[in-house]
Design a protein around this ligand. Structure first.
Ligand code: NOJ
Length: 967
């Protein structure tokens, strides 16, 4: 028996809703479901504020730093910013803190002075907390907050300013103007970032609601100075937000003088280099970029509309300089971007003036809390930002392989069958996924007994090839009497509340649902219990997790999510924490996976759709419900690149496209592209035709198999790139500007990229009927075709043939690329396979590279159980040397012992010197052993193809030191 209050109506509604979702043509986003800036009260008010500031020549920002209040101590500047209000002698007091960090970042925080109890009475007797949300940092920031020991007030102070020198070698300076309050951040005496330079700082202070009904005989407000219509209540799409605290937005203009490009602030479907938001015009967006995590059905291309995740981190780049800002606020946020040409510099001898990028950040509530990074490189910024918000998780090796998903594999036998067919067709894969239909009636932590009666047997079969299962668990818990999890959630008071303090109820896949509130430590503790093997029966040690719909998606909620006046743990309004909400679920699931069983400690794997700054510590993301068309294929790389430079590089897009049926050509090209997504998963909607790679038919199946094999061949390079992300914060696939910060022509490129620091430059085909692509090369090194060693020289665009079977990939001279060339069925089965090293010589006959390797599963690497080698090919000594980069720990020796027999089976030298033509052997010396010889065979150059040489079986271990002498 179902126990809804109105069972018939509820079931009917759900069926209609599901039908509606299924039969919708895959075309158009529903604009009417999501707010524009004009429909979002605080955004509209702040844009109007900006217009007013720009159009009134007499405009002066009403914010001033009270000079009497300034105290500088221990690398922190404290003071009070006074906001003057027309018609009042009482300014609003806004405590300011500027912290100068050891890392070279500066943090500017503006709060609002706490009011006396009773002074602020919330409307509607709401239970909402009566202060600005100040806990975003406790979720997003995990380190890097150590104050500088050297920041100091500058010896040169001007009247009306306070100047602080800070940063490495004190090359940075913050120039704080008192009135109007503004801050200029300088590097080497040049201004890089400016706060409130345009005077758009706006902290909507808390105020009591004054009834403005005109008294009898009095005229109604003739000229309202401000638009107050959305201060106290706001209605959109039939939902009314009660806004008990009234207006409380924070906004600031941040300018980047001399910077033409800004990148980041995912998640949006659009180019890497962000567009202007000038309210229309050629190439400009009408609306600002929006960050309000949402389940946007059939999202559109090249749009500033919000998507599922939000990382309010932006990098600005110009020739040889990158700077950045991190706007630490979890509420709905909009970002306007305009670019303007600065006047000609008289010293520039007639050269064009530079472009300034000016941004305007607007959040609905919370603190103004901004970090500023002065670079000078993107790499520096990523490192500092990652120190703050955490490095990318070093994932399990399997999760870097290929994932096979669809909504849905319908029975355990279906899963077994797919698994067998991959083997039959010799196609590698690591993980098969279960979407929501595996559950009994969308009740998570259950298995449908009719279809998944033998989930354990199914997982045992997967385990035979070291494969894994990922099962979906969403945050909405079916609201059903007798369902243990629902009853515990409600009984223990761990659910999100509505504005009245009762358990919030809304609609999602199961119909009537409640949402676990993972801000609550007790909810996390409870969530952990649900994943234990004896609690979640039918799951196994090779079951991992997928958290979807965690924006959260609520089918009948405002903008398909929760009402903003809902209440979370600590009585914070949903408004305050919305963009962090998704991450809290991932955090709870990650914690739960660490504690499934005593003594079984492995790295968790969790995929999430919703995310915020910091989620990179916990798992992977994907770009949600894309469509099976060429535009969506092309959109994926810019999105993944943007995520990567925003610190969350473990990213991918549904291969094949989620909605619709791809043509064979599109599917094939998508696999070729997917082989270069850090997170590589095929996925498809319930309504689509089956499209596992072995179903594609000739020649597609073979070509897709080659793409998958290429991914597996390069797994050592991918894993090393993940290691770099997890220790340096560098993106896994890297945009051109990141690798070549001096080459202006390459700054906006987002359809080609480098894989980690391997020198692999790829440009997978994303256009229909393409037979070639143009790859842009930024430097003068030789570049070689990955497959046939055709050499490309000189800066500029190169046309590369790209028939269907070809992925255009070049190798930049100067690198050594680690590979494993034996085709296997899963990455686990490659554990003991030997390595191939591809030495790609540069114009000076030099190359170097590195390899990181560990057990790919546990945390033992933290105790030294890993191999980290640096390979150097040196022309003068004509030798290839393997050097140790590892720091030894308690588990190093034991691990190295397990790897003692894993060797190098081939060394391929691309661009081999002509002198090697007469050579047939090389001398190999492994540390502590007698020298031996290995065979060398040389292939001379042919046409445009470079010479290359191969050394077979040099009999050296991958974990040892050794030298191969070519002289
Ligand atoms: C929405 C997700 O984006 C999609 O990938 C998934 O298949 C469906 N939810 C069903 O769980």
């Amino acid at each position: 028996m179902v126990s809804y209050r109105t069972p018939g109506r509820a079931v009917l509604l759900l069926t209609l809703l599901t039908l509606f979702l299924l039969i919708q043509p895959a075309e158009m986003v529903k604009h009417e479901s999501f707010k524009t800036c004009d429909q979002s009260g605080f955004c509209k008010r702040n844009r109007a504020y900006a217009d007013n500031a720009v159009t009134q020549s007499s405009w002066e920002s009403p914010y001033a730093l009270d000079p009497q209040s300034i105290v500088f101590s221990k690398s922190q500047l404290h003071g009070v910013v006074l906001k003057s209000i027309a018609g009042s002698n009482e300014p609003v007091r806004l405590p300011l803190t500027i912290t100068f960090l050891e890392s070279g970042a500066a943090r500017v925080t503006v709060d609002e002075e706490k009011r006396q109890k009773g002074e602020i009475e919330l409307r509607h007797n709401s239970k909402a907390k009566k202060e600005r949300y100040n806990e975003a940092a406790s979720w997003a920031v995990v380190g890097g907050l150590k104050s500088s020991t050297t920041a100091a007030l500058s010896s040169q102070q001007d009247n009306g300013f306070t100047k602080v020198e800070y940063g490495p070698t004190k090359g940075f300076e913050a120039v704080i103007r008192h009135a109007p309050f503004s801050v200029d951040f300088k590097r080497d005496a040049e201004t890089q970032v400016q706060f409130n330079d345009r005077g758009l700082l706006n902290v909507e202070h808390w105020r009591p609601k004054v009834d403005k009904e005109p008294k009898e005989g009095e005229e109604a407000n003739k000229e309202p100075v401000e638009d107050e219509s959305t201060w106290w209540e706001e209605t959109f799409g039939g939902n009314t937000d009660s806004k008990p605290r009234g207006p409380e937005s924070v906004a600031l203009d941040i300018s980047f003088p001399g910077y033409e490009h800004v990148f980041g602030i995912p998640e949006h479907a659009g180019p890497l280099s962000l567009r202007e938001t000038r309210r229309g015009g050629d190439g400009n967006h009408k609306d600002p970029y929006r960050l309000y995590n949402s389940d946007v059905f059939e999202y559109e291309m090249d749009s500033p509309m919000t998507l599922y995740g939000a990382i309010p981190f932006m990098q600005a780049h110009k020739k040889d300089s990158t700077v950045g800002v991190f706007w630490l606020n979890a509420a709905e946020t909009w970002i306007d971007i305009i670019k303007s040409k600065s006047p000609l510099n008289p010293l520039s001898l007639g050269l064009a003036g530079s472009v300034d990028t000016k941004t305007h950040w607007i959040s609905e509530s919370g603190l103004l809390d901004v970090f500023v990074f002065l670079g000078p490189t993107s790499k520096d910024i990523m490192k500092t930002y990652s120190e703050l918000t955490g490095y990318t998780q070093l994932p399990q090796q399997f999760s870097v392989g290929y994932h096979q998903c669809r909504w849905n594999y319908v029975t355990d036998e279906d899963v077994r069958d797919v698994d067998r067919k991959f083997d039959k067709h010799n196609i590698p894969y690591d993980v098969i996924w279960l979407d929501i239909e595996y559950t009994e009636g969308k009740k998570y932590f259950t298995w449908d007994p009719m279809t998944f009666g033998d989930s354990i047997g199914m997982q045992k079969q997967l385990d035979l090839r070291d494969r894994k299962l990922v099962a979906i668990i969403d945050p909405h818990i079916k609201n059903e009497k007798g369902f243990r999890i629902s009853e515990e959630l409600k009984g223990k008071n761990l659910a999100v509340m509505n504005k009245d303090g009762n358990i919030y109820e809304g609609w999602c896949w199961p119909g009537s649902s409640n949402w676990v509130d993972c801000f609550n430590p007790a909810a996390i503790a409870w969530w952990k219990t649900l994943f234990k093997y004896d609690a979640w029966k039918g799951s196994a040690p090779n079951t991992f997790l997928w958290n979807d719909m965690n924006e959260p998606s609520v089918f009948n909620g405002p903008e398909v999510t929760m009402p903003k006046d809902n209440l979370h743990y600590g009585n914070w309004e949903h408004r305050d924490i919305h963009n962090i909400n998704g991450m809290t679920l991932v955090n709870a699931t990650y914690q739960a996976l660490l504690e499934r069983k005593k003594g079984e400690i492995r790295r968790p794997f969790v995929l999430t759709r919703s995310f915020y700054a910091g989620t990179q510590r916990l798992g992977a993301m994907w770009t949600g419900d894309n469509q099976a068309n060429w535009d969506h294929l092309a959109a994926a790389f810019p999105m993944i690149l943007n995520n990567g430079i925003a610190g969350f590089p473990f990213a991918g897009a549904d291969v094949g496209g989620f909605f619709g049926n791809p043509s064979k050509e599109l599917l094939t090209r998508w696999y070729q592209a997917g082989a270069f997504y850090p997170f590589f998963r095929g996925h498809a909607h319930l309504d689509t035709r089956r499209r596992e790679p072995y179903m594609a038919g000739d020649p597609y199946k073979g070509i897709i198999t080659q793409a998958l094999r290429l991914r597996y061949q390069l797994l050592p390079a991918w894993y090393t790139a993940f290691y770099e992300a997890s220790t340096e914060g560098s993106p896994i696939i890297r945009p051109n500007y990141f690798v070549h910060p001096s080459d202006e022509k390459g700054f906006a490129l987002d359809d080609q990229f480098y894989l980690g620091s391997t020198g692999i430059l790829a440009k997978p085909v994303v256009k229909e009927d393409a037979t070639s692509v143009d790859i842009y090369i930024s430097d003068d090194r030789p570049y070689y075709d990955y497959f046939d060693f055709t050499v490309y020289r000189g800066k500029g665009s190169k046309t590369i043939a790209a028939p269907l079977e070809k992925i255009p990939i070049l190798m930049q001279g100067g690198h050594i690329i680690p590979r494993r060339d034996r085709p296997r069925r899963s990455s686990g089965l490659m554990r003991w396979d030997p390595f191939t090293l591809v030495v790609v010589l540069d114009e000076n006959g030099h190359a170097e590279g590195h390899l990181y390797l560990d057990d790919g599963e546990t945390f033992d690497y933290q105790a030294g159980a890993y191999i980290h080698r640096r390979f150097v090919f040196d022309k003068s000594s004509s030798s290839l040397v393997s050097e140790d980069l590892a720091v030894k720990g308690s588990k190093t020796a034991a691990y190295l012992k397990t790897m003692a027999k894993v060797g190098v089976e081939k060394v391929v030298v691309v661009g081999a010197p002509a002198g090697w033509a007469s050579k047939s052997t090389v001398t190999v010396t492994e540390d502590g052993a007698q020298s031996s010889t290995a065979e060398l065979s040389y292939t001379p150059p042919e046409g445009s193809k470079a010479a290359w040489a191969i050394i077979r079986n040099p009999k050296v271990a991958i974990g040892h030191g050794w030298t191969i002498d070519f002289s």
